[in-house]
Design a protein around this ligand. Structure first.
Ligand code: ASP
Length: 334
């Protein structure tokens, strides 16, 4: 199991090396004596507590020898369909005008990807994103076009604003303070990464986005390279937290590239988080900025790191079954 102390030692070393962190290439890895540990395949990881139920569903596919792509689609459909998950799909917090607008993307081991953004009235945007990937020549559909496409593909029109979410919105309107609620409680975007028995990686990411956002706002979650990135040669990464900060830094791509240089997923997530902190040092978002990143490499090693405390993720493999792991972080919420 990942030891926080060892990791902190390594992170301190990495910080000391500063911009030189790219020296963590294969050569440095060999010199450092760290042996790549091949874990038992398959494995699935996903963000936050709602990752447990999502992993359970994904595991049914993976443990039967199924494809990572099917696992990551079916897995995240669980929180998408659960009205008690207030930050994904049906039951998610609406924007400031009371509309639930959803973002999602999916990526497979051939670097195929599909994405939908600003989609309304469709309960499972991840399934629509997969259809964009498989049944169109495009990567991304948004808004009305994404909705029409989903309807053509047989997805029913549904009201996604639950009574509970409507009441919360009415309450918010009393003060109408535009302050996105990000990650202070454990119930945000679900990002999922899986490695199947064939050794192939896929990932998915789906969200209702920041609560009370401006109508039309799209975060990082449907943006390939920001909220999710998979390279089957190396590994995958996904993000949760303030999407604007994740987009500014292409966080998931960065993590995959750092793993390509030889970093362990934990180190890569930590380095990307440090970069986000550096880039936002004087930014007005910094006092409440939270981003959590998850990564899984081709050897089935998993890791995660966040700016602030409280980020956790679910990991499921045959060895240790489904369990929650607290991610390392740089700062405590105060
Ligand atoms: N990343 C999501 C967004 O900015 C929100 C979240 O993960 O909480 O839309």
């Amino acid at each position: 199991m990942f030891s926080r102390r060892n990791f902190l030692k390594k992170s301190a070393l990495t910080s000391l090396l500063g911009a030189g962190s790219l020296i963590w290439n294969q050569d440095a890895l060999a010199k450092s004596g760290r042996k790549r540990k091949k874990r038992a395949r398959p494995i699935v990881i996903s963000t936050w507590n709602h990752g447990m139920a999502a992993n359970e569903e994904a595991w049914k596919t993976l443990s039967a020898g199924g494809a990572a792509l099917d696992a990551v689609e079916k897995g995240v459909m669980v929180p998408e369909s659960d009205p008690n998950v207030r930050s994904v799909g049906y039951g998610g917090f609406p924007d400031r005008d009371g509309n639930v607008t959803l973002d999602a993307c999916i990526m497979d081991h051939h670097s195929n990807c599909g994405s939908v953004a600003f989609l309304q009235h469709i309960k499972n945007p991840i399934a629509v994103a997969r259809k964009v990937m498989e049944e169109t020549p495009h990567v991304m559909l948004v808004g009305e076009g994404a909705y029409r496409f989903a309807r053509e593909k047989g997805f029913p029109h549904e009201n996604l604003l639950t009574e509970k979410a409507r009441r919360d919105w009415e309450k918010w309107k009393e003060k109408s303070k535009y302050q996105p609620v990000i990650n202070i409680e454990n119930h945000d975007t679900i990002g999922m990464l899986a490695l199947d028995a064939q050794g192939n990686l896929s990932g998915s990411c789906t969200t209702s986005g920041a609560a009370w956002k401006l109508h039309g706002r799209v975060g990082d979650s449907p943006i390939i390279g920001a909220g999710l990135f998979v390279d089957n040669e190396v590994g995958g990464a996904c993000a949760t937290g303030l999407g604007e900060a994740v987009i500014r830094t292409a966080a998931s791509t960065i993590v995959v590239e750092l793993m390509r240089q030889g970093m362990h997923p934990n180190e890569a997530c930590c380095e990307a988080v440090d970069r986000i902190i550096r880039k936002h040092k004087n930014h007005p978002d910094m006092p409440h900025l939270q981003v959590g990143i998850l990564a899984l490499n081709k050897d089935g090693e998993a890791g995660g790191f966040s700016i602030r405390s409280g980020f956790n993720y679910a990991v499921c493999d045959a060895e240790e079954k489904n369990r929650m792991v607290d991610a390392g972080y740089r700062m405590k919420w105060n």
